[in-house]
Design a protein around this ligand. Structure first.
Ligand SMILES: Cc1ncc(COP(=O)(O)O)c(C=O)c1O
Length: 412
């Protein structure tokens, strides 16, 4: 901070809004690299698979690869971006609960490190592809361990009532293991679980890991993936375990694992969330006496749908007046045609917040840009990486032309 003005990566944040426009995602490249390095140091080489769904573009794929992480891709599109970025296929792991025949064909043809198989239908599809001449891929099987975690139900995935994976409790997991082991269309190398996202209590991970260790030992397979899911603090009064603390908890929970079993983890949010802030410009301040003040910005649910989807909370501040008060209770809203287009339901901003102010929402590096949309034909924001006093655009701002690029007009 210099004279009350926030700097990130040596760049004045307010000035970034001036030179690159708003809304703008600003990622601190050193912070991204530090989280990758922390994960790698905590879990060991070739053990950390970055879950690209949290935030993916060519630059991010390259950065994670340069930092020695593998990449979890959950669709053909994510695989395409990783490969286009120059990430070797054998550094990619293919995920997804409903991979199409085409996606599986692509993954096998390019030679991903392994495929995490999610269903009996997927086993059928792999068998049909291999019968058609493709090489038998290495596979892990996604197991649903029957562990309930304290997070939003939309991102809780380890309970028995889940669309993901083979349930341990009803015997599907064992049936899938038996089938995959007997199949000549795949090399079964391990099992996998992912219990949910934005999980704050390491006890949840411990519980799932213990279930998985027991099952892994009975299956006698060389690899075990324990998923991602580590939460991050979005609000001033929240506290989340660090990646290192998460690793310590998993290490303690896996001491009984058969010697030589290779453990993988798949963090997404904890790598990228706190590396970024989003900048907006205030367009209207509407005060309704005895009701509330609405502060509208030039983005909203199209660049951060998490508040609408999960009721997620965020903080906001004015980066050019960081040391000022934050005493005015406001609802920070976007520009979309929905009353539900809320970024912060009960926020606080400086008392003198006004039209033209640049507002920043921190901890917006995960599941914002990647879950964004063009709702109301709002062009997607630019993304910049900052470091050493310079900003480089890694995703350019969409233009109006982009909005009609795929429209077919000669048939109208
Ligand atoms: C299979 C799998 N692995 C890893 C992740 C990453 O989770 P997080 O971003 O919470 O670390 C997800 C997210 O949904 C996932 O589905």
């Amino acid at each position: 901070m210099v004279n009350g003005r926030l700097r990130i990566g040596g760049c004045d944040v307010h000035d970034l809004a001036g030179s690159h426009g708003t809304p703008l995602f600003v990622y601190d490249e050193a912070h991204l690299r530090a989280r990758c390095a922390e994960a790698r140091a905590a879990f060991g080489d070739d053990s950390v698979v970055y879950a690209t769904k949290a935030f993916l573009c060519t630059a991010m794929a390259r950065l994670a690869h340069e930092e020695g992480l593998l990449l979890d891709v959950a669709t053909g599109g994510e695989l395409f971006v990783a490969l286009t970025a120059g990430v070797p296929a054998d550094r990619c792991v293919m995920h997804g609960n409903n991979k199409s025949l085409t996606e599986l064909r692509e993954a096998i043809t390019v030679g991903v490190r392994h495929i995490v198989v999610d269903s009996f239908d997927e086993l059928d599809r792999i068998e049909s592809l291999v019968a058609g001449g493709l090489a038998a891929p290495r596979v892990q099987l996604r197991i649903t361990p029957g562990v309930y975690v304290h997070t939003h139900e939309y991102v809780s995935t380890g309970q028995n009532d889940s669309k993901f994976g083979f349930n341990l409790a009803n015997g599907d997991a064992q049936r899938a293991i038996d089938r995959a082991r007997a199949s000549r269309a795949m090399q079964l190398v391990g099992i996998h679980c992912h219990i949910g996202s934005n999980v704050f209590e390491t006890a949840n991970f411990t519980k799932a890991a213990e279930v998985m260790v027991k099952f892994s030992n009975t299956c006698k397979l060389p690899e075990l993936t324990l998923g991602g899911g580590l939460g991050v603090a979005y609000l001033n009064d929240e506290h989340a375990p660090s990646i290192t603390e998460w690793a310590n908890a998993l290490r303690a929970a896996t001491t009984g694992l058969a010697a030589g079993t290779k453990v993988f983890v798949e963090p997404g949010r904890s790598i990228v969330a706190s590396a970024a802030i989003t900048l907006y410009e205030v367009g209207t301040v509407k005060e309704i006496p005895n009701v509330r003040t609405y502060v509208s910005v030039d983005g909203g649910m199209s660049d951060n749908p998490r508040p609408v989807l999960y009721g997620s909370g965020y903080e906001a501040f004015v980066p050019s007046r960081c040391e000022g008060d934050r005493t005015r209770a406001v609802r920070l809203v976007g520009k979309h045609c929905e009353s539900g287009d809320v970024l912060i339901s009960e926020g606080v901003l400086p008392a003198d917040v006004r039209v033209g102010d640049v507002i920043a929402t921190p901890v917006t590096g995960a599941y914002g840009h990647s879950m964004g949309s063009n709702y109301n034909k709002v062009p997607r924001p630019a993304v910049v990486f900052v470091g050493n006093g310079a900003a480089r655009v890694v995703v350019r701002r969409e233009t109006y032309d982009d909005l009609v690029r795929n429209d077919v007009t000669d048939s109208v």
